[in-house]
Design a protein around this ligand. Structure first.
Ligand SMILES: [Zn+2]
Length: 254
């Protein structure tokens, strides 16, 4: 990924996995908004600001042509959305549309008509730019950025959590995946479901499932596989498999 921004990482954040996203969004926004010179990007940490529920998230400095983003306790996606917003202000500035006159203090978006207009444009165009960039990314690299795997992992995690609670409460374990089935398969018709027979596993149950949407089926199969290998839940210090795969896929792209 060709770097677009000069990033001043003053918050000590680990950017090794995410820096490409900043530049990627930047290139996308530049193409859409048409700004010429990319602004400097300051990533900062501020304990005092972070402790305020309505503290600052980001601002644009028209003189210094710099975007500053407060990163404390924020998800990367949220930080990037802020970046898209500030890039609209940067474009407004380059085009002489960021009106410097009038009231700039607290509540300027309510009291200064021109700045309110700039703000409206930044919210609309910034958010839509972010959304379109995100969607385009997920379409081009579904295995890395698509949320399917994460959703499935969360589902499994929930099941595990629920199972532990049940075990605690009733003193026995049960397979929650069976709750999804209308009827438990019983191949030899002895009244004992196949899963309970010795040597029978979830595999048989899996095969008997009705066909589902392709995407879901694929994801479920993969997750199933991971569960069977016993590496769904990473051991302490071990990288979760979906992160590992994503990282390897990313490495292969370089
Ligand atoms: Zn704004």
């Amino acid at each position: 990924m060709k770097k677009l921004f000069n990033i001043k990482n003053k918050c000590g954040m680990d950017l090794s996995e995410t820096e490409d996203l900043y530049h990627g969004l930047g290139h996308f926004a530049q193409k859409r908004f048409g700004f010429k010179k990319p602004p400097t990007l300051h990533l900062v940490s501020d304990d005092d600001n972070a402790s305020k529920p309505l503290g600052k998230t980001a601002y644009y400095d028209p003189q210094g042509m710099a975007v500053t983003i407060y990163t404390d306790n924020r998800h990367t996606k949220d930080i990037l959305r802020s970046l898209a917003h500030e890039l609209v202000h940067h474009t407004q500035n380059e085009n002489g549309m960021l009106n410097d006159s009038g009231y700039h203090g607290e509540g300027y978006a309510q009291k200064n008509k021109d700045l309110r207009q700039s703000e409206k444009e930044a919210y609309l165009k910034g958010n839509m730019c972010f959304r379109d960039w995100e969607d385009s990314l997920k379409q081009s690299k579904p295995t890395i950025y698509n949320e399917w795997r994460n959703i499935m992992s969360t589902k499994n995690w929930k099941n595990n959590e629920l199972m532990e609670n049940l075990t605690e409460k009733f003193g026995f374990k049960m397979d929650l995946s069976l709750l999804k089935e209308d009827k438990m398969p019983d191949e030899n018709k002895d009244g004992i479901p196949d899963y309970a027979q010795d040597g029978k596993g979830e595999n048989d149950l899996e095969k008997s499932k009705d066909s589902k949407g392709k995407k879901e089926e694929e994801t479920e199969e993969e997750t199933e596989e991971e569960t069977q290998k016993g590496n769904f839940k990473p051991k302490k210090g071990e990288e979760p498999i979906h992160l590992k795969k994503a990282r390897e896929a990313k490495k292969g792209k370089k």
